[in-house]
Ligand binder design. Structure first.
Ligand code: SF4
Length: 230
């Protein structure tokens, strides 16, 4: 178990997607992702490395406590990159600080298995974004997290007007393979700019209603466009 390595400094955010949208959290963006998708919207986490920030378990805990004091945050978001690369760090963190009940939210592709944290699953929300449908590109991997689904999770799938048939077809096969009910699933519009969100959102919302899925906007893109650290 090494340190937690971040690709940018931690900061306060409002969750921009999924079931806890709008909630205030402290965000830690980890360094590294083994998947390297062609259409990755956060490729800076695994390319052009060299600006890393590193924390030990105690330093990580002290930062969370500081954000609780300054901003009253109730949740910690860990995103990336791919957080599962640091699962032994989080195991050691929860072992040491399990009596301080802090809720976590992991934004993860589903590439790796999270069973190592099973004991603390009740306090963790996993938001999975496996690359299926239009985002699949050249990615061919096993989504191991889905063989061991945790208590609290969502499945977020990015779709677009031009690829909707393929997106929905692959989603149907995926949810069948892993027995995922529709109420865990969120369709989200493709795009990394405000203009793309405006262009896609009404269509994706209608498709969500039509197919009995949840819809999630990408709030941070609507508000901040393609700005980083928001
Ligand atoms: S899994 Fe996510 S972070 Fe990793 S390369 Fe793909 S889009 Fe980027």
């Amino acid at each position: 178990m090494g340190n937690l390595i971040l690709s940018e400094k931690e900061h306060i955010v409002l969750q921009g997607e999924g079931p806890h949208i709008g909630q205030k959290m402290v965000l830690f963006r980890v360094l590294g992702c083994p998947i390297k998708c062609e259409k990755c919207d956060s490729a800076f986490t695994w390319q052009n490395l060299g600006q890393e920030v590193q924390y030990s378990i105690d330093e990580f805990y002290a930062i969370i406590k500081d954000f609780q004091k300054r901003y009253g945050i109730k949740r910690v978001m860990v995103t990336g990159g791919e957080p599962v690369l640091y699962k032994t760090f989080f195991e050691a963190y929860f072992e040491k600080y399990e009596n301080d009940y802090i809720e976590f939210e992991f934004e993860t592709s589903g590439y790796g298995d999270w069973a190592i944290l099973r004991k603390w699953w009740p306090r963790i929300q996993f938001n999975f974004s496996p690359k299926i449908g239009s985002l699949k590109g050249t990615v061919h991997t096993i989504w191991a997290a889905f063989d061991n689904l945790p208590h609290n999770y969502s499945l977020k799938v990015v779709v677009s007007k031009s690829t909707i048939d393929q997106d929905l077809q692959e989603l149907t096969a995926f949810k069948k393979q892993y027995s995922i009910a529709n109420n865990y699933i969120y369709l989200m519009p493709l795009g990394t700019t405000r203009d793309e969100m405006v262009e896609q959102s009404a269509f994706v919302l209608e498709k969500s209603l039509e197919n009995n899925y949840n819809f999630s906007p990408r709030l941070h893109v609507f508000i901040y466009d393609d700005k980083r650290m928001v």
